[in-house]
Every structure is written in structure tokens, then in C-alpha cells.
Design a protein around this ligand. Structure first.
Ligand SMILES: NC(=O)c1ccc[n+]([C@@H]2O[C@H](COP(=O)([O-])OP(=O)(O)OC[C@H]3O[C@@H](n4cnc5c(N)ncnc54)[C@H](OP(=O)(O)O)[C@@H]3O)[C@@H](O)[C@H]2O)c1
Length: 233
């Protein structure tokens, strides 16, 4: 299957939580880590999040550094990445910042009744907003269908920025290539705090683990990079 090189990126606490239960977003990175993530974004063609992240954080998913945006422009690319959202229900807020910012548009991957719901909701957006398309990627949407559609759009590098359900979808599919984890030096300790991943049938087992390619300190943050080609033991 023709698919983009797919990188998963996540910041988590030592107990594997990617947020806490308070309304404010928990800070799990430092400035140096944010800068690296910005570089990672700038080297990709598309960036993807789940509808849960859209609702919780209302992210813009832009390349923050003007230097990196200028570099992209000089290479004939859009300043920002194509944005992708995955939803089962199709219930996406048309006023979300992700849809009104950037210069490369957005795609909403959904399926079943979600297609009509997302189409209806997004039809209410102002004409001045960048384009946003709804794509049927199966009911429920699969990583395979999403990646195939992105490849058809010319996306050769994809950054998946969470949340936990979406990391689970991609990691169980076995269709991702790299995992970058930033581990903050504390525990959240709350039962209901969002997790990096949910229970699932993962191809990365004790008998066929991921391959650790890098482990380093970025200030107080531990950065771990794994290649997702499994190593048979
Ligand atoms: N620390 C980090 O690096 C980081 C990064 C991103 C997010 N976060 C945090 O993570 C939390 C959100 O994570 P989350 O796990 O709740 O949400 P999520 O993974 O962003 O999105 C979950 C949503 O995706 C859709 N979905 C779930 N399973 C699916 C499947 N198999 N196929 C297609 N769509 C599926 C559903 O949308 P519908 O409900 O519309 O059907 C579901 O509600 C927030 O607290 C956010 O702040 C942290």
C-alpha cells in the first residue's frame, strides 16, 4: 500500500498520561521540546489529531517559527501543513481554530453517519476559511484508509499528534514508522486522566518489540525515539 512515512509524537508523564483532568491543558514539554516538535512539523506534509484533542485543546496545528515557515515557502511548499482530524461521530466544531488558520486546508476523516454530520457542520464555515473536506474512511475509520487518502493527496510525511485513541488506532494498525515520546519527570496519578494508549492488540510485544533508536535528555524532559519496524527476538 502506498502510504506516507508516519511519525507519532506524544508528550506524557512517567505514568503514561497525556493530560490531567483539569480544564487547562497540562504542560508536559519544555521550550526546547516545543522547538524540536516545530522542526518535526515543518518537515512533514500533514498533521493529524483525533476529535477528542480538537474538543479538549482547540489546537491550531501551525508551524510556529517564522524561519521554518519561510524555509517551507522557499521550497515551494505551503507555510503550514495539511491538517487532518479523525472522528467517528463527525461531530466537529466548525468554529475550531484548526479550520480557520493555516494555508493548506483540512480533511476530516469519518465514516457511516459521521459523513453527513461533518458535512453539515462544516458547510456553515465562512468562505474566507481555508478549504475543509470530509472523507469517508470507513465505519469506523481505519488507519489504512486514512493513510491511503493522504498518499493520494501527495502527503509523503505525516505527523500524528494524538490523542490516546488516535495513537492506539495507528499503533494497533502496525502502519506507523516512528514514535517520538517526550517524558516529563512527574506522575499525574489520576484514574481518569487521558492515557497515551488504550488497551489493544499491538504488534509490538515482548517477543517483537519496537527498536529504540535514541534516548536523550532535553533539559528535564527525556526524549525517546523508536523505529516501529519490529525486531524479532
Ligand atoms: N500530551 C500530548 O502529547 C497530547 C497530544 C494530543 C492530545 N493530548 C490530550 O489528549 C486528550 C485527548 O485524547 P483522547 O484520547 O481523549 O482523544 P483523541 O484520541 O484525540 O480523539 C478521540 C476521538 O477520536 C475518534 N475515534 C476514536 N477511536 C476511533 C477510531 N477507532 N476510529 C476513528 N475515530 C476514532 C472519536 O471521535 P468522535 O467522538 O467524534 O467519534 C474519539 O472521541 C486531551 O486531554 C488532550 O489534551 C495530549
Amino acid at each position: 500500500m502506498d502510504r506516507p512515512h508516519t511519525i507519532l509524537s506524544c508528550a506524557m508523564s512517567i505514568d503514561g498520561r497525556i493530560d490531567d483532568t483539569s480544564p487547562e491543558r497540562l504542560r508536559l514539554s519544555n521550550e526546547a521540546d516545543f522547538a524540536e516538535i516545530d522542526e518535526l512539523r515543518a518537515g512533514c506534509d500533514a498533521i493529524l489529531v483525533g476529535a477528542g484533542t480538537l474538543r479538549a485543546d482547540d489546537p491550531r496545528l501551525l508551524v510556529r517559527s517564522p524561519v521554518l515557515r519561510k524555509r517551507r515557502r522557499a521550497r515551494g511548499r505551503t507555510e503550514n501543513l495539511l491538517k487532518a482530524v479523525v472522528t467517528r461521530s463527525g461531530d466537529v466544531d466548525p468554529g475550531a481554530r484548526l479550520f480557520s488558520t493555516g494555508d493548506a486546508g483540512a480533511v476530516v476523516y469519518t465514516g457511516g453517519a459521521g459523513v453527513a454530520t461533518a458535512t453539515r457542520l462544516l458547510a456553515g464555515r465562512p468562505d474566507t476559511d481555508p478549504p475543509a473536506e470530509v472523507v469517508d474512511a470507513g465505519d469506523p475509520p481505519t488507519a489504512e484508509a486514512i493513510l491511503a487518502d493522504l498518499a493520494q493527496r501527495g502527503v509523503s510525511r505525516l505527523l500524528v499528534e494524538g490523542g490516546g485513541h488516535i495513537h492506539t488506532l495507528f499503533l494497533t494498525s502496525g502502519l506507523a514508522d516512528e514514535l517520538r515520546l517526550a517524558v516529563a519527570p512527574f506522575l499525574v496519578g489520576e484514574e481518569d486522566a487521558p492515557r497515551f494508549v488504550m488497551p489493544g492488540a499491538y504488534p509490538y510485544t515482548p517477543g517483537s518489540p519496537m527498536r529504540l533508536v535514541e534516548a536523550r535528555a532535553l533539559g528535564e524532559i527525556a526524549v525517546l525515539r523508536y523505529a516501529l519496524d519490529t525486531v524479532e527476538r
